[in-house]
Design a binder for this molecule. Structure first.
Ligand code: ZN
Length: 295
């Protein structure tokens, strides 16, 4: 929905509705996706641990010193009761429906390391300040404050908490994986790309990639409307005068992009107003205008 006015030469003829080439890094400067890690940047060991965390590969709670959940585990049972009560159209009702849902949840959660942390995993998360729900209190005046005296939640407490609506996020997964790699004496990062996810044809390729900068379109006497939803594309013809562009913007032919004439005129005027332009006098930087009705 962003629009800006760009002052370009009258003969500027970059293709409309295509991102200005100067804003796109040339293909040959992009890094090559590392095939050793498929671009993730993680070592095989770390990638496997991530898969264990999310249950994408077989995981057993016992292997991490945790006890499997069952349909009778209170937190599982409570979650199942909530699901069934809220969606009886889907689950049916009664004890059988609750048991079935509880078994489904237990099986799902037993397949994920995320719900079967051990004391080492918990220590890593606490050290990273990631379990404030359990180690801190919160109120409007003082925000998060450590519980005094400090508490160390047990793995059982953390694992039960992880079944609640909040639970772990992707950062927690990364923290646990990193700490586990360290304990295992294994690389966290892919050795082939050093964790970048990209590899380079050579030092020059990487240097050229890092040295690349956006190039602004040439400046000139013309007036053109650009969209800023993408990196930036010209979307109108180049006009010799501001009011011509305003007329074009308020022409009924613009359809959904149509704006009233006074709005268009104001936008064109303010879109390059010197008082709104960067200190370098760079008229191209323009002004974001978000009053348009399109998405
Ligand atoms: Zn790699």
């Amino acid at each position: 929905m962003g629009r800006r006015i760009v002052r370009v030469p009258l003969n500027f003829d970059a293709p409309l509705n295509e991102v200005w080439a100067g804003y796109l890094m040339p293909e040959h400067l992009h890094g090559l996706r590392c095939t050793a890690c498929n671009g993730s940047g993680y070592s095989r060991h770390a990638a496997h641990l991530h898969d264990l965390w999310y249950g994408n590969v077989p995981f057993r709670p016992e292997d991490n010193g945790s006890t499997p959940l069952t349909a009778d585990t209170p937190a599982v049972r409570a979650f199942a009761e909530r699901n069934v009560t809220r969606n009886s159209d889907f689950y049916g009702s009664g004890e059988a429906a609750i048991r079935q849902e509880a078994r489904r949840l237990a099986d799902l959660w037993n397949s994920q390391w995320a719900h079967h942390l051990n004391a080492d995993d918990v220590a890593a998360l606490i050290a990273a300040g990631r379990l404030t729900d359990l180690t801190h209190t919160w109120d409007r005046d003082s925000g998060w404050q450590p519980i005094q005296p400090p508490v160390t939640p047990t793995p059982e407490q953390v694992n039960e908490w992880s079944l609640s609506g909040f639970g772990h996020d992707g950062i927690n997964a990364s923290v646990a994986v990193k700490a586990r790699c360290k304990r295992d004496g294994m690389n966290l990062l892919c050795p082939a790309c050093n964790g970048e996810g990209n590899v380079w044809r050579g030092a020059q390729h990487k240097a050229d990639h890092e040295a690349w900068e956006r190039t602004e379109p040439p400046t000139g006497e013309g007036w053109q409307l650009w969209e800023t939803v993408s990196e930036g594309s010209p979307i109108s013809p180049v006009f010799a005068a501001a009011d011509e562009l305003a007329s074009w913007m308020s022409d009924p032919e613009r359809g959904r992009q149509w704006v009233p004439g006074d709005v268009a005129a104001k936008f064109v005027a303010e879109g390059w107003a010197p008082s709104l332009v960067g200190s370098g006098g760079d008229v191209v930087s323009g002004v974001e205008f978000v009053g348009f009705r399109d998405e």
